[in-house]
Design a protein around this ligand. Structure first.
Ligand SMILES: Nc1nc2c(ncn2[C@@H]2O[C@H](COP(=O)(O)OP(=O)(O)OP(=O)(O)O)[C@@H](O)[C@H]2O)c(=O)[nH]1
Ligand SMILES: [Mg+2]
Length: 682
């Protein structure tokens, strides 16, 4: 029997890295009696951080799902990573829930990733609550944190609890909704905040507001009902406080979730595309409707293989059935479906609307795919993942491991859509691209542990290019007379620069047949090949106009091959005579950091040949925008981390190519020559 949809609450836990999301989920599971021992992140014993990568680093890397039954309701808890490199998971995981709990550290307040997940939740119009955690820490102050939140998070934040005692003396919370057992020491404060709460809920409804203005107060039942409505509509974002590791003040969150968070029924039908009519359509959270589910995470289990975590929106997903992967148009056999309790699975016959479950061994299904019924094909909106911004070359430690490496990378990209890899023919390297350095390092460790391949992570190679600044006119003549039939090709080329990123242009300017028509494509081919190989150091040549304007031929000895060689020779010579230069990629960089570190960040970017293009102080956080050469930004992450005490974050994307300054170009050319000689000796 599937669970009654009205009694399901799906809640996502998001926030900045290390604020206590996993610890809070653990405390909630424990408070509800779903687990009988409170695990600790430090001991690697929490329910949702069970993966070896997570235990080693003591951070969440993958979405973890667990559930508890509380006051006759099923609560599914989706624990998500908070570190910048893995924050895309939070965006995917929030698709599976009706409500979010944004966890904020009582000492640090709102941080870079807090703002990011807040935006994700706003984008999905998700009702949310804020949990101020680590109230036992020194110098935690939930009221000051509240102020910083009010400034930086958009929405009506309303405390529904106040703490009793603080730091080491933190002993619990006062529930402002029910106002039971209020300790004398905080009675005045409790009154004050209760009034603010009542005022806030009254403002969500005109009728309630006039009643409040007339009578000066509202009854508990009215407050609870209005709170529920206000949260569901996103008009109110209640703020709670707790210490997750001490399990103080956590249980009231369970009550809030059951009483005031929306159920999948409240959220209503899901929108998507009906693949039969090709039009936009809706599917209701009804167990009898055709099934529609979204795979929001793919995991790989060392024993069972691929695991697909999915959320049912409509209809019922049954064990031993068949569904259509409507994203790919392929059929998938659904073996056993199960609920997830961290790494443990609880097999079940069927999952109804609103439920979150897992199924093993789907053949072609990846993260973000929709499963639906073949007779009623339906497609949910895709999950958008960020493009990777850091590329590293990897190299096998053992020769001949290349195949194992590609198999491992293929499997890992199935789990992690933010990882890309490709073989770069320009640099002859296998490049792995991820969101940041930590991301790529975790991947390398995973390759070793799970797939038994050991690789070296090389510093990434910058994709330099070559071009010219000047013009030249040159002859390329290829002539060979060795017995029998000889070889003869002769061309005159004009070489000129083109605008940046204009690519390549070949102009045929032959009059009077000095080069016969049929050989002209061969000349162009020779030119293109020489450009691909590179001339100064071996980087591809770009932004070049080549005009073929004269030449000569031989009745017998001329051939395609001879003209191709002549073209290539002319280009190589002419290129070097037209003031050749190297080009380097310039990146757009956006750094977010605490305002008092912005001076250091700007100074450091200047030292990296960066140009500051904008700066926005936003209260305690500053946003610095700059353009800087990729070559200088390869190891930016650890530098930024140490400059800002781990509180800075940045994004980076390719902007355009620019000339490498002469003093650096000389150095690059020398290095490349030395490397080439070394390679030739081997
Ligand atoms: N003093 C104190 N420490 C806490 C509390 N909650 C969590 N911690 C500690 O903070 C650290 C991070 O806790 P996690 O629960 O892993 O935080 P998280 O938000 O899940 O971290 P990520 O998932 O990596 O973003 C751990 O060392 C916890 O023991 C708390 O209420 N008080
Ligand atoms: Mg965590």
């Amino acid at each position: 029997m599937a669970i009654d949809t009205a009694k399901i609450r799906n809640v996502g836990f998001v926030g900045h890295g290390g604020v206590g999301k996993t610890s809070l989920v653990e405390a909630l599971l424990f408070s509800a009696g779903a687990i009988n021992r409170l695990g600790r992140v430090e001991d690697g014993t929490t329910t949702t951080d069970y993966d070896a990568d997570e235990i080693k680093r003591q951070i969440t890397i993958n979405i973890g799902v667990a559930y508890c039954d509380y006051k006759d309701h099923r609560i599914n808890l989706v624990d998500m990573p908070g570190y910048g490199d893995f924050i895309a998971e939070a965006r995917a995981g929030l698709r599976a829930v009706e409500g979010a709990v944004v966890v904020v550290d009582a000492v640090a307040g709102v941080q870079v990733q807090t703002e990011k997940v807040w935006k994700f939740a706003t984008e999905y119009e998700l009702p949310r609550a804020v949990m101020v955690n680590r109230l036992d820490r020194d110098p935690a102050d939930s009221f000051r944190t509240l102020e910083s939140m009010g400034r930086r998070l958009k929405g009506r934040l309303v405390p529904i609890q106040i703490p009793v005692g603080s730091e080491h003396g933190f002993s619990g919370v006062v529930d402002l909704v029910h106002m039971r057992d209020v300790p004398a020491e905080v009675a005045d404060q409790a009154r004050e905040y209760r009034d603010k709460l009542v005022e806030a809920v009254a403002e969500t409804d005109d009728e309630l507001l006039s009643k409040y203005l007339e009578e000066g107060s509202l009854g508990d039942a009215e407050v609870i009902a209005a709170l529920r409505k206000g949260i569901g509509a996103g008009q109110i974002m209640p703020v709670l406080c707790c210490s997750a590791t001490k399990n103080l003040g956590c249980q009231p969150l369970l009550d809030l979730i059951v009483e005031s968070f929306p159920s999948p029924l409240d959220r209503g039908p899901v929108r998507g595309t009906d693949l039969k009519t090709k039009g936009e359509a809706e599917r209701p959270p009804d167990p009898k409707a055709p099934a529609v589910a979204l795979v929001f995470k793919t995991l790989s289990d060392p024993h069972v293989g691929k695991l697909s975590l999915f959320r049912v929106y409509s209809g019922t997903v049954r064990s031993d059935s068949q569904l259509l992967n409507s994203t790919r148009g392929t059929k998938e056999r659904i073996g056993h479906v199960a609920w997830m309790q961290g790494k443990a699975q609880r097999p079940i016959d069927a999952l109804g609307p609103g439920e979150i479950g897992v199924v093993a061994k789907l053949k072609e299904t990846l993260t973000g795919d929709t499963l639906s019924e073949e007779a009623h094909p339906f497609l949910l909106p895709k999950i958008v993942f960020p493009e990777p911004s850091m590329s590293f070359a990897i190299q096998p430690k053992t020769r001949g491991d290349e195949d194992k490496i590609s198999t491992a990378l293929h499997r890992i990209t199935e789990e992690d859509p933010t990882l890309h890899y490709h073989y770069d023919p320009e640099t002859k390297q296998l490049l792995v691209s991820g969101v940041g350095q930590m991301h790529v390092e975790v991947i390398v460790e995973r390759m070793k542990r799970r797939y038994n391949v050991d690789v070296n992570l090389l510093p990434p190679r910058v994709p330099y290019k070559e071009t010219v600044k000047g013009r030249s006119e040159v002859q390329g003549k290829y002539k060979k007379q060795t017995g029998g039939r000889g070889q003869y090709g002769d061309v005159w080329l004009k070489i000129e620069p083109l605008q940046r990123s204009a690519g390549f242009e070949f102009v045929d300017d032959i009059f009077g047949g000095s080069v016969p028509r049929n050989y002209i494509p061969s000349v162009e081919k020779g030119v293109r090949e020489a450009m691909k190989k590179g001339i100064i150091v071996g980087y591809p040549v770009v932004d070049l106009k080549v005009t073929l304007y004269d030449g000569s031929y031989h009745e017998v000895d001329s051939s395609d091959m001879a003209f191709q060689i002549a073209g290539s020779m002319a280009l190589q010579k002419g290129f070097m005579e037209a003031s050749p230069i190297l080009l380097e990629p310039i990146m757009n960089v956006e750094v977010t950091c605490p305002a008092d570190h912005s001076g250091d960040v700007i100074g450091d970017l200047n030292g990296r040949r960066g140009r500051i293009v904008g700066m926005e102080p936003a209260g305690e956080t500053a946003v610095v925008r700059a353009q800087a050469p990729m070559a200088e930004m390869l190891h930016y992450e650890p530098a930024l981390r140490s400059m800002t005490g781990g509180r800075g974050g940045y994004t980076m994307e390719f902007s355009h190519y620019e000339e490498v300054p002469a003093f650096l170009a000389d150095k690059l050319i020398k290095e490349a020559k030395a490397e080439k000689e070394k390679a030739e000796k081997h």
